[in-house]
Write a new protein. Structure first.
Length: 215
C-alpha cells in the first residue's frame, strides 16, 4: 500500500480537471478508463510538484513506482473495438483512450518517434475522428475535449504528414465552438491534461498556423 506521508503535493489536481473528465462519462467514457486517466493526471501533478520543488517528503523510488503503475493501468484498458465489436462504429470512448495514450507517449512516459508509436496513435486518432462529422462532435457537447485532443496530437505531429489534417480539423472545430483566442484554447487544454512547460512552445506554434486560417 502506498505511504500517504510520501510524495505529498502542495498543489493538487484541480477540480476543473476532475469535472472535465467526469462529464465525459455521459458520452461513452467508462469508469475504468476515467479512473486510469485520473491516476495519470494525479501522478503528472506529483511530478510537476517535484520539479517545482513543492513536493513534501519526496521519494523518487515511490514516485517511479506510481508512474509505472499508472502507465500499466492505462495501456491495459480495452480498445474501443473490444467494447463495441468490429462494427467500425465511431467510438468516443476510443478517442478518449487514444488521447490519453497520446499524452502518455508524448510526456508521461515518452517514446521517441523512431519507435513508430506516436505516429501510429496519430493515424488511429485521425481514423476514428474521420468516421464522423466535426460538426456532430460540437453538437454532442464534446467539442472542448476534441479541441484538447486535436491540439495535443497536432503538437506531436509537427513536421509530419499528419500535421496539416490536424490543423484543418482544429480550425473547423474552433470556428464551430466560437473559440478565437489562444487564451481560450489554453484554458480548455488545461482543463484536461496539460503540462505548460512542455506543451506551450509547440502549442503556440500550432496556434499561429490555425489562427491564420481563422482570420
Amino acid at each position: 500500500m502506498a505511504d500517504p506521508t510520501r510524495n505529498v503535493p502542495l498543489r493538487t489536481v484541480s477540480a476543473k480537471q476532475r469535472s472535465s473528465f467526469t462529464e465525459l462519462l455521459a458520452f461513452g467514457l467508462t469508469r475504468e478508463a476515467l479512473d486510469a486517466i485520473m491516476e495519470m493526471v494525479t501522478v503528472m501533478n506529483v511530478v510537476e510538484n517535484f520539479i517545482q520543488g513543492s513536493l513534501e517528503n519526496a521519494d523518487l523510488l515511490a514516485l517511479s513506482s506510481m508512474r509505472d503503475h499508472a502507465r500499466h493501468r492505462l495501456w491495459s484498458l480495452p480498445t474501443g473495438e473490444v467494447l463495441l465489436g468490429a462494427s467500425g462504429q465511431f467510438s468516443l470512448y476510443e478517442c478518449f483512450r487514444l488521447g490519453a495514450l497520446m499524452f502518455a507517449v508524448s510526456l508521461f512516459f515518452p517514446m521517441p518517434r523512431s519507435t513508430g508509436m506516436p505516429q501510429e496513435l496519430m493515424q488511429r486518432i485521425k481514423q476514428w475522428i474521420e468516421q464522423t462529422d466535426i460538426a456532430l462532435l460540437s453538437s454532442l457537447g464534446v467539442g472542448r475535449f476534441f479541441i484538447w485532443l486535436l491540439t495535443l496530437t497536432g503538437i506531436a505531429a509537427d513536421c509530419l504528414p499528419e500535421r496539416q489534417w490536424f490543423e484543418e480539423k482544429l480550425t473547423d472545430l474552433l470556428m464551430l465552438e466560437g473559440v478565437s483566442t489562444w487564451m481560450e484554447v489554453e484554458s480548455i487544454a488545461e482543463s484536461f491534461i496539460w503540462v505548460q512547460s512542455a506543451c506551450e512552445e509547440g502549442a503556440v506554434k500550432l496556434w499561429e498556423k490555425v489562427a491564420a486560417n481563422l482570420s
